[in-house]
Design a protein around this ligand. Structure first.
Ligand SMILES: C[S@@+](CC[C@H](N)C(=O)[O-])C[C@H]1O[C@@H](n2cnc3c(N)ncnc32)[C@H](O)[C@@H]1O
Length: 311
């Protein structure tokens, strides 16, 4: 085969102009109101600890766990810098929480932590949240809303190349379905193939945010498998409102209430009014959080769910 049989085009990278600060303001308000004056709070997948540090004045004690030690070190130095005494960070795995049964009033699972975990184990994670909660305690979940931007006709496949050495590249093909299941197939691009020659000829886009390490490509005709060596496969599961609620109900939780949020930002952004309205951002964010928690209705790119462990 010759390079002419390759039918690929580079997807131009757009700068990401989403102001995540607005979403974060809504999320903080939802969390402040939902957690309230809680006793012991566990944040599973706490990353750099921002949520517990934000809640520290309204809770008795917070423990953040994560598998990423670098992030935990950042969380700890931020805790020290702010002089927060009632929050601690430690290494821990969502699949096997190193705490006795019934030891927390609130557990948090925020920011797509589940997406990083094998989809066949999501039920076990929810089981662990349930186990460490005291009777009457609450689990608070937040993750992206698969039925927002991602409903069909969202592209079913993406392929991207990544530099792994001077003339070495890896390929990642992502396939997704309407249920939110994404399968990533990973490959090495074999040397001296027309595919490697094509990649070497490309100019790699540099996004305004950071030097891009990915070459995203539209695969008009599938790349011949003979030019790729498979190296692994992984799966990620994203949630829609209903299947998120089912996940927590199946884990034994009661009063599972899930809703979407983020609509104030998306409305203002799509209407091209961000600059005019930025003065009112905090008021809008607070009002959206208040309405969402009162009505348990809403729309937008993020899901928020509150579930109770029965007494
Ligand atoms: C996108 S971050 C979310 C951070 C934070 N919860 C927030 O909402 O701002 C996902 C975090 O989950 C952590 N994580 C992934 N797998 C985990 C596991 N099995 N147990 C605990 N944390 C995990 C990652 O290290 C990462 O810090």
């Amino acid at each position: 085969m010759t390079s002419e049989t390759l039918n690929l085009s580079v997807v131009p990278q757009q700068p990401c102009d989403v102001d995540f600060g607005w979403y974060e303001e809504i999320r903080h308000e939802l969390l402040r109101r939902t957690v309230g004056q809680a006793g012991r709070v566990l944040d599973v997948g706490c990353q750099r600890g921002g949520v517990l540090l934000m809640l520290s004045e309204q809770i008795e004690e917070g423990i953040g766990i994560d598998v990423a030690d670098e992030d935990l070190a950042r969380a700890e130095s931020e805790r020290q810098a702010r002089g927060v005494e009632n929050v601690a960070f430690q290494h821990g795995d969502a699949l096997n929480l190193a705490f006795p049964d019934a030891s927390f009033d609130v557990v948090l699972l925020l920011g797509d932590v589940l997406t990083y975990i094998d989809p066949t184990k999501h039920g076990s994670v929810v089981g662990e949240l349930y186990r460490v909660l005291k009777p009457g305690g609450r689990a608070v979940h937040e993750s992206m809303n698969w039925s927002w931007e991602y409903r069909w006709p969202y592209p079913k496949t993406d392929i991207a190349f990544k530099r792994a050495g001077k003339e070495r590249f890896t390929a990642h093909r992502l396939e997704r379905d309407a249920s939110g299941l994404e399968t990533s197939r990973d490959y090495e691009v074999l040397p001296d193939t027309p595919l490697q020659c094509w990649i070497l000829r490309q100019e790699w886009p540099v996004s305004p945010q950071e030097a891009s390490t990915w070459l995203e490509v539209e695969e008009h005709t599938p790349v011949p498998e003979a030019w790729l060596k498979p190296t692994g496969e992984s799966q990620f599961k994203h949630y829609c409102l209903d299947d998120l609620a089912r996940l927590y109900s199946a884990g034994g939780f009661r009063h599972v209430e899930a809703f979407a949020y983020g609509q104030t930002y998306d409305l203002v952004n799509r209407a091209g009014l961000l600059e005019q309205i930025s003065l009112f951002q905090s008021q809008l964010a607070r009002t959206e959080a208040e309405l969402a928690l009162t009505l348990r209705l809403g729309s937008g790119p993020w899901l928020f769910a509150v579930s109770e462990k029965g007494t």
